[in-house]
Design a protein around this ligand. Structure first.
Ligand code: IPE
Ligand code: IPE
Ligand code: MG
Length: 251
């Protein structure tokens, strides 16, 4: 079952139903740098290369939606120079990937309390989102200044203001409204926690944890996570026998 090469792994992944929506908690940049005696920002820079690689691969295999946790609301409490470096890298990423997003029909979306982002980042984000809004290839969502509890509080307030709160009305006010159901949630760097990410959306997501630090998370690690997902049986509360009677374990 272990593929011998990256092309074989990719072929294996392409041959089976893909998750509709994959989210990644991109963790371990700091430890990657510290292990090399480098400043933490060097890890963030290398992590940005992993983002490029993962986005490219996700698009190539035809993933409908990819969501990347790039900066949490809690991350604002990090040292100011690290926050500044992350914001600068984000602006660079948006600028350097604009052309590729347009060429590859990627639609950029962002979730989180975007009002807290520095003005140049907000401007750049608005520009690329506007430029790519009609693209139908893949929705790339960046979670920036994002917190799952904070998302739920604002959704609950908005839903209550609009009428009776139901599962559907609350969901319609989440920042992720309109995205496909989250099928797979990946976290890198060996931590086994959610850290306030997509708390509602992860209700039935499959979880994949890898020890790989995000700067090393490239095609092999990403495709392996999807292959892992493809081998799971999702039961959604039913029994294995009920699923078999319905004709298979997929989705
Ligand atoms: C993830 O890497 C990037 C962000 C949270 C912005 P970290 O910076 O958290 O790296 P570690 O966890 O300290 O290694
Ligand atoms: C989660 O990583 C947030 C992002 C990856 C953006 P953290 O490094 O902030 O999470 P904790 O602090 O280990 O829970
Ligand atoms: Mg971390």
């Amino acid at each position: 079952m272990t593929p011998t090469s990256l092309p074989a792994l990719e072929a294996q992944v392409r041959a089976r139903p893909l998750p509709r929506h994959v989210a990644v908690i991109m963790d371990g940049n700091g430890r990657w740098a510290e292990a090399r005696g480098l400043p933490r920002v060097a890890g963030h820079r290398e992590g940005a290369e992993s983002v490029r690689a993962v986005v490219r691969t996700a698009r190539r295999i035809g993933l409908p939606a990819l969501t990347l946790y790039a900066f949490s609301l809690q991350n604002w409490a990090r040292p100011a120079d690290e926050v500044g470096a992350l914001m600068a890298l984000l602006a660079d990423f948006l600028e350097s990937e604009r052309g590729e997003m347009r060429q590859n029909a990627i639609r950029l979306h962002a979730i989180g309390d975007l009002s807290r982002l520095p003005e140049p980042v907000r401007r750049q984000l608005a520009l690329v989102m506007a430029e790519t809004r009609d693209n139908g290839g893949m929705i790339l969502t960046l979670a920036l200044s994002y917190g799952g509890r904070e998302e739920l509080v604002q959704a609950a307030r908005a839903a209550a203001a609009a009428g009776p709160v139901t599962e559907a009305s609350l969901e319609a006010h989440l920042w992720t409204a309109g995205l496909p159901e989250l099928d797979l949630l990946v976290r890198t760097s060996g931590e086994r926690r959610i850290s306030n990410f997509l708390l509602w959306q992860a209700a039935y997501a499959e979880l994949h944890f890898t020890d790989v630090l995000f700067p090393d998370f490239r095609d092999e690690a990403f495709l392996s996570a999807i292959a892992d997902f493809q081998g799971r049986q999702r039961r959604f509360g039913l029994t294995g026998a009920q699923l078999a009677a319905q004709g298979g374990p997929d989705r």
